[in-house]
Ligand binder design. Sequence first.
Ligand SMILES: O=C(O)CCC(=O)C(=O)O
Length: 331
Amino acid sequence: MMAINELDSICRQLYFHLLKGRLRKRTRDDLGISIANLLESSIQFTDSNNFITDDVDHTIIELIKERGYVYLENLLSDEDIEALKTYFHFKQLEYSIKGEKSHGLFHKIPKEVGSAYYSQTDIQLCPIFYKIAHNPWLISIAENYLGAPPTIGTIASWWTFQSEEVSVNQLFHHDRDDFRALKLFVYLTDVDENNGAHVYVEKSHEYDILKRYANSKFSDNIKLENLFWQWVEKHRKKDVEIETFFDKSMIKTHVGKQGTTFFEDTRGFHKGSPLLKGKRWLFQMLYTLVPVVPFSVSQEYKLVKRSDVQGYSNILLNDKVKFSTRMYYVD
Ligand SMILES: O=C(O)CCC(=O)C(=O)O
């Protein structure tokens, strides 16, 4: 038993190490496919939803494969967003000022704060977010794209404000939560170039696509191509570096009215733009193959009971939906 526990702990540490920068892009992507294949052949559901279902429009999947993102029809109406405002009106937000953590209500947040987060439990108990988490169509898109039944690995909702401090998410980076993952973004305020638009480098998500790009871009300059591949491994990247290596036309700024919804493969390079004015409110959910390993005790998953969500309904809860939401919800 002792030996198994030890092996367990070593495997966990090894997985964490490999995920956080010990492997090159090509190997990371290959490993992601191997893990998806393993999960797809080993996860069994007792109802009829065992295999990848074919109920999604394949142009959605193809677009994510080809360029790294796709817009979806809005999941939320303006009325839903009004209801969210009411639900969150008296909920605490967590923020930090110069590394010092604090919390408070929206209208009491100090001016210098750059971002403020709603608590995990408040998000889980929010009926509108609950519905998004249990949406079988979204789960099906994630499953078709990832190649195995997905797990919701993170759920978050936060505000960003104009601030002198640039947060780590406002520098270009690739996510390292899993070897394959798909992130859902829902804008809860109108977003333009000035108030925190999310930015993505098209076609930077997949090794094979990057390889084709690098072959044509640096065909006569092997030194520059080598430099590019070394740079790809750097976790955080400056704007000027992104603009040096990628054509302007590949840098996509997601602007849109409240309710704008898109899926993005965040293995690709992305960031939130620092705000020049106004504010932005976002809902985000990450579909992974393997549950995300928490960085700290405060990030550990806390289950909530579905019946504690107001207006809870289990009509659509097939085994696959229960599986995908198991890190956050229990019956
Ligand atoms: O705020 C944003 O748009 C960026 C979010 C981000 O970088 C991330 O979720 O990894």
